[in-house]
Ligand binder design. Structure first.
Ligand SMILES: Nc1ncnc2c1ncn2[C@@H]1O[C@H](COP(=O)(O)OP(=O)(O)OP(=O)(O)O)[C@@H](O)[C@H]1O
Ligand SMILES: [Mg+2]
Length: 249
């Protein structure tokens, strides 16, 4: 791999008491790569994401992001380096409108400190950014709807817009299509596929068609370990993956 990897994880371990959820994972992701993490329930996929993004501190190992050792960096400081993410469990303010959620996210990622005496024009700019974010995911017509009243698919679209706020360089998506109807799933998958090619994407996905359709490379986790890394065609025909993964779905 010639270019400096966007993500370089070395010998990562995460214990929860006596349970080793991530057991010595090493993972390198090149700039612009679309990497899908596969694995049965409890394989350690979300825990690995949390250790990379800073939600959890690893028990051992190293995480380098965008050329920097971030292993001891707080979550907000990692985000400020250029990380966008969605969560396996919905993470939006349901009593606020779609637009208000994006305005809050845009304020949060703004490098300049938000102060009360900031000129009105600055807020208008943030609002325009938020509006553009909604348009990018096809939600402009729902801007003023309270999130509670959005469909599950629309919420996922909003979450994608939130993850893209601030123009991240690397995007972490934890099951962005989970719980969606086939139609909504196709819509979100298309949206992710249409993201700029220079954006590096790591995605956890259970739906095999979505996963293998989107991935440049796939990493398969099982019991906290990487059991295979390869292009989608290799993963499809690998007997061990068929046993541990396809056997469980
Ligand atoms: N905060 C926690 N405290 C204790 N154990 C945890 C915690 N989070 C996860 N685990 C355990 O760690 C293991 C890995 O969980 P994780 O959520 O990372 O799996 P996953 O691959 O994301 O699974 P799924 O496909 O169901 O989302 C599981 O056995 C889980 O019960
Ligand atoms: Mg998970």
């Amino acid at each position: 791999m010639a270019a400096t990897p966007v993500l370089d994880v070395t010998d990562l371990v995460k214990d929860f008491g006596g349970l080793r959820a991530v057991d010595g994972v090493s993972l390198r992701v090149a700039p612009g790569d679309r990497r899908v993490l596969l694995g049965p329930n409890g394989a350690g996929k979300t825990t690995l994401f949390h250790c990379i993004t800073g939600t959890l501190r690893p028990t051992a190992g190293q995480v380098r992001l965008l050329g920097r050792d971030v292993t001891r960096l707080s979550e907000p400081r990692r985000t400020a380096l250029g990380i966008g993410r969605t969560f396996q469990i919905s993470n939006v303010f349901v009593e606020l409108s779609a637009l208000e959620n994006l305005v809050l996210a845009a304020l949060g990622t703004d490098r300049r400190k938000w102060v009360m005496h900031r000129p009105v024009g600055a807020f208008a700019a943030v609002r325009r950014t938020a509006q553009a974010g909604l348009e990018a995911v096809g939600l402009a017509h729902r801007a003023h709807e309270r999130v509670r009243l959005l469909s599950y698919g629309e919420r996922r679209q909003l979450e994608l817009a939130l993850a893209l706020t601030g123009g991240p360089r690397v995007l972490f998506l934890d099951e962005p299509c989970a719980g969606l109807s086939p139609g909504e799933r196709t819509r979100i998958a298309r949206m992710i596929a249409d993201l700029p090619r220079d954006l590096t994407i790591l995605m956890i996905e259970h739906d095999m068609d979505v996963a293998l359709g989107l991935a440049d490379r796939v990493t398969v986790l099982h019991r906290g370990r990487v059991i295979l890394e390869g292009v989608p065609a290799e993963v499809r025909r690998h007997p061990e993956v068929r046993d541990v993964y396809f056997g469980h779905v």
